[in-house]
Write a new protein. Structure first.
Length: 376
């Protein structure tokens, strides 16, 4: 049985008609950039999150960049981010001219370890960017308390966390600014690039609208230096259609996670990701820790089961960030995670037979091969 890691084609078939109508509407009206479809999506996205403003931008990376810019974070500033995240979190900090300062992760949730944040704060620290990795909430109360005490901003990287919650509140709405990616593979994905910055702060929202469009809200009049971070009309239209299904797709993902958990929970050599009581995850990714991870991944590939690793190399061990001078061993939890995590197939349309098949193959591999016990 073939089990893809994600299947965007099968989902498209379920909404094809609505998508075609929405796209045709943009084309008929020639609203290629921003325009009513984007404005409508911004309204629906802010209502869904229960927040005042959502500003649609060109990608999740740009959302983070624009968010940092709006807070005047730049040269000589430091921003604390987790050591295990997608490179874009670090890149956005670098692109505004600031330095990403890494914090190790909690080994049960894979999010920022709240006990390792304060030791990273200096007089140059301006913000913390918690990343809700895999769609599970970082420990926001503690992070916000540390930030308030040290006068720092909190920018949530909610790029993987559409519709996920922390103590009943949607992720992305707890910090000063929340950033989303609508990369096609996300729980809410465009059919191209897209992102958003959300906030309750009207002054910041107005500034972000300007930064996204050359520092302007009146054509050829530029109040501040911005850039081109606009969303296309077609992406706004696609996202508007797909948003209606997000809750139901997330529910399906949670049911799949429950099924995986129930089969894998007692399997020796496999450690499941903890879902803390404060978090309702959206299971953007379903991640396990596995003994002999690389061999297991290879074996599953031979059985036509696609898996992923998010992420195989922590930020400080990427050549691009060698200048941080954080040698191997600097962030032991993130490094151990990188060597043992495996993301199993996860998308709403996955079915129970496929999940059972994946688990059966994992169990078979372990029954044949488990010899070492180097899991933490
Ligand atoms: C945690 C995280 N941050 C940032 C990004 C960047 O988003 P994008 O690919 O839309 O630029 C992504 C997604 O790829 C992500 O997963």
């Amino acid at each position: 049985m073939k089990v893809p890691f994600i299947d965007l084609k099968v989902q498209y078939q379920t909404i094809k008609q609505e998508i075609s109508e929405a796209i045709n509407n943009v084309l008929d009206n020639a609203h290629y950039i921003l325009g009513p479809a984007v404005a409508e999506f911004e309204n629906s996205w802010s209502s869904f999150l229960n927040i005042k403003s959502a500003v649609a931008v060109s990608s999740g990376t740009d959302a983070l960049f624009v968010a940092l810019k709006s807070l005047n974070i730049g040269a000589n500033d430091e921003v604390i981010i987790p050591a295990n995240t997608f490179i874009a979190t670090a890149e956005a900090v670098s692109l505004v001219g600031a330095i990403p300062v890494l914090g190790d992760i909690d080994e049960t949730t894979y999010n920022l370890d709240i006990n390792k944040i304060e030791e990273k704060i200096t007089s140059r620290t301006k913000a913390i960017i918690p990343v809700h990795l895999y769609g599970q909430a970082a420990e926001m109360d503690a992070i916000i308390a540390i930030a308030r005490q040290h006068n720092l901003y909190v920018i949530e990287d909610a790029s993987q966390a559409h519709g996920a919650e922390y103590k009943g509140k949607k992720l992305g709405t707890l910090g000063d600014l929340g950033c989303f990616s609508f990369y096609p593979g996300k729980n809410l994905g465009a059919y191209g690039e897209g992102g958003a910055v959300v906030t309750d702060n009207q002054v910041l929202a107005e500034k972000i609208y300007k930064i996204r469009d050359h520092g302007s809200n009146k054509k050829y009049h530029h109040d501040i230096i911005g850039g081109n971070f606009r969303m296309s009309g077609i992406q706004g239209a696609v996202l508007g259609v797909k948003l209606k299904y997000l809750e139901s797709w997330n529910k399906d993902r949670r049911a799949h996670a429950k099924k995986y958990n129930s089969i894998l929970k007692d399997v020796k050599g496999i450690v499941l990701l903890a879902e803390p009581r404060y978090s309702q995850g959206n299971y953007h990714l379903y991640v396990i820790k596995a003994d002999k991870r690389d061999e297991l991944q290879l074996y599953l590939a031979e059985q036509e089961i696609q898996t992923g690793i998010h992420y195989p190399v922590p930020i400080h061990l990427q050549p691009a960030y060698a200048f941080l001078n954080e040698p191997p061993g600097s962030f032991p939890a993130a490094e151990r995670a990188a060597n043992s995590i495996l993301s199993l197939p996860m998308y709403p349309e996955l079915d129970d037979n496929q999940i059972e098949y994946v688990c059966e193959k994992i169990k078979f591999f372990i029954s044949q091969n488990l010899t070492s016990k180097n899991l933490v």
